[in-house]
Design a protein around this ligand. Structure first.
Ligand code: HEM
Ligand code: NAG
Ligand code: NAG
Ligand code: NAG
Ligand code: NAG
Ligand code: NAG
Length: 509
């Protein structure tokens, strides 16, 4: 009897202690006097919809953003206090003026499980490691090098034009296509040509099983397994470390490695040094640093292939739905091209400011990364414009919702309307600083922004001067976001019809 009583008391005590442990941090925001989300679940905080893949981090942050009006909203990331920051002044402080308190992105990959990806500046945790990784990318995308890459990009887009022409010929007068898939051919081939020095077979309907294009597509597959992997890496990094979960599939890693080794060897034997991204990486690494070369190349691969094709698909979707903007943009592009006798040059891209405005407006409406996550790295007191004030300590997490900011009518009149005029020179002063974060801001702003703009401008200028992009009924509305990825993907894809402009139109150039 006494023994059972003792056991019972012990169990109750243990449960009590467990409950206390799992919830003891949950009074943090109350104590700080910051508005916060209610109903935190012991041990999980507010992450349950994310852990069960019902919502991704971007949708979650957007929902929290829309719940209140205050400069910050607290919630619990598992047991850890986390803060969604809404106030542009505070965002400026985090991304720029007080960067030293927020040096780390919230996602750090494990070096053992992901030897290559962990060297990507985006995923490096340690400040020194980040600085080195960042310098490498920046150096290797210097202006001179972009000039060389432009030649490759231009060559790839002409292959895409041939490809589309064939499709249009075969299908009759229009080619109806899923835009993300089509632009992955373009970005995939740029990566294959510029970084792997191979024909990626991206513009083939029947690529070899081992062609670059097939292997590349395994990486960002939005299947359930990848969803679980990303979820573990982002939200339960300790579990991910224990299980040695890797972001880059082993087979993809192996394929990339083998190919690169073979190409590097061949270049050495033939003593050839073409001006492409791979050669920049070879030149700036020491002889035997194959891991360094590979990781540099793969930074390029990830960011170019997936992000830029997503951005292009979103941009072209908006153009297909907004024929008046498309007409204006085409006229703008044609007038710039006219100055160089219809030939697209590296220099002429600089003059396509309306094209850049259209890109930014498209990024505003549907940013490929819907959220920025940061770790506090040094204690700091944040005070919002509404006088809310809170002390952040190292390891507290910060979230900035791009979707939330970009669709807030406080900063963007009629936020759901696609209107590139917002970003033109005349109107740029209307934009509240730090409310447009399509590329991020501050020291960790997208390291590939200039190259991304080149990729987008070359594709858009070339395609708009040859085709009209029209509405397709195949896009499923209203948008349902894919929840198994942190990148913005729309269920069922973004569709459009591509029609060749009549010769007379083309001659207007
Ligand atoms: C239009 C396409 C692109 C968009 C919208 C985009 C957007 C972004 C955003 C929002 C970030 C995070 C900034 C932050 O954490 O504050 C980022 C980081 C980064 N991006 Fe891009 N990106 C694009 C294309 C590219 C390309 C083509 C490259 C490389 C060639 C690239 C390389 C990087 C790198 C290395 C980082 C990490 C920077 C750091 O943490 O220091 N991006 N990008
Ligand atoms: C587009 O956004 C980028 C990043 O914020 C900025 O540097 C650039 O000036 C913008 N361009 C236009 C035309 O608004
Ligand atoms: C914040 O505090 C300052 C000084 O204490 C005061 O002047 C200001 O009106 C307050 N602002 C708000 C929004 O309460
Ligand atoms: C920018 O502000 C000016 C003056 O306040 C206004 O006339 C104009 O319509 C605004 N432009 C946009 C795109 O909101
Ligand atoms: C707490 C803190 O360091 N705040 C600084 C953030 O940045 C602003 C602007 O540069 C400084 O004035 C603050 O002192
Ligand atoms: C990609 C790669 O970029 N590698 C080199 C870039 O430039 C730096 C020099 O700043 C080299 O050290 C990198 O290896």
């Amino acid at each position: 009897m006494a023994v059972t009583g003792f056991a019972l008391v012990s169990v109750v005590l243990i449960l009590f202690l467990l409950y206390w442990f799992l919830t003891k941090t949950f009074n943090h925001w109350e104590k700080c006097n910051i508005p916060y989300l209610r109903n935190a679940i012991p041990g999980f905080g507010h992450l349950l919809p994310l852990l069960t893949l019902r919502e991704n981090i971007a949708l979650f942050s957007n929902r929290v953003y829309k719940m209140s009006d205050s400069s910050m909203t607290g919630f619990y990331f598992l047991r850890q206090p986390a803060l969604l920051v809404r106030d542009p002044e505070l965002i400026k402080s985090i991304l720029l003026s007080n960067f030293s308190s927020f040096r780390n992105n919230g996602i750090v990959l494990n070096e053992d499980a992901d030897p290559v990806l962990s060297k990507n500046p985006f995923f490096t945790g340690d400040y020194q490691a980040w600085k080195i990784a960042r310098a490498r990318v920046s150096n290797n995308l210097s202006k001179l090098k972009l000039n060389y890459l432009f030649v490759i990009v231009n060559d790839v887009i002409s292959k895409m034009v041939d490809f589309i022409d064939k499709k249009i010929e075969k299908d009759g007068s229009v080619y109806e296509c899923e835009l993300k898939k089509e632009f992955s051919r373009y970005t995939g081939e740029v990566v294959a040509n510029a970084a792997f020095a191979i024909n990626g077979q991206s513009f083939s309907d029947n690529p070899d099983k081992l062609a670059f294009t097939n292997v590349a597509n395994t990486l960002f597959d939005t299947n359930f397994i990848n969803g679980i992997k990303q979820m573990l890496i982002f939200f339960l990094p300790n579990v991910a470390r224990l299980l040695r979960v890797n972001f880059l599939q082993k087979s993809t890693d192996l394929y990339l490695r083998e190919n690169l080794k073979a190409i590097i060897k061949q270049r050495k034997q033939e003593n050839s040094q073409p001006k492409d991204f791979l050669q920049f990486c070879i030149d700036s690494n020491t002889e035997d640093n194959i891991d360094g070369i590979i990781s540099d190349v793969i930074v390029f691969y990830l960011d170019v292939l997936e992000t830029t094709s997503t951005v292009l698909s979103i941009l072209f979707y908006h153009l297909s739905e907004n024929p008046d903007v498309q007409e204006k943009l085409r006229a703008h592009v044609n007038s710039v091209l006219k100055e160089t006798d219809g030939v697209l040059t590296f220099e002429s891209l600089k003059n396509m400011d309306y094209l850049e405005a259209t890109l930014n407006e498209s990024l505003r409406l549907l940013p490929p990364f819907g959220v920025l996550t940061k770790f506090c790295t040094k204690e700091i007191t944040l005070t919002g414009s509404d006088n809310l004030s809170c002390v952040l300590r190292p390891d507290d997490r910060i979230f900035i919702s791009l979707n939330g900011l970009h669709s807030d009518s406080k900063y963007w009149p009629e936020p759901h309307i696609f209107n590139p005029e917002r970003f033109t020179k005349e109107n740029q002063n209307n934009i509240t600083k730090f409310t447009f974060l399509g590329f991020g801001e501050g020291p960790r702003i997208c390291a590939g922004m200039r190259f991304a703009m080149i990729l987008v401008k070359v594709a858009t200028a070339t395609l708009l001067s040859k085709y009209s992009i029209e509405h397709s009924q195949k896009t499923k509305l209203p948008f349902q976001f894919v929840t198994t990825s942190f990148i913005t993907y729309i269920q069922g894809g973004l569709w459009a019809k591509v029609r060749k402009l009549s010769e007379s139109n083309e001659n207007d150039v």
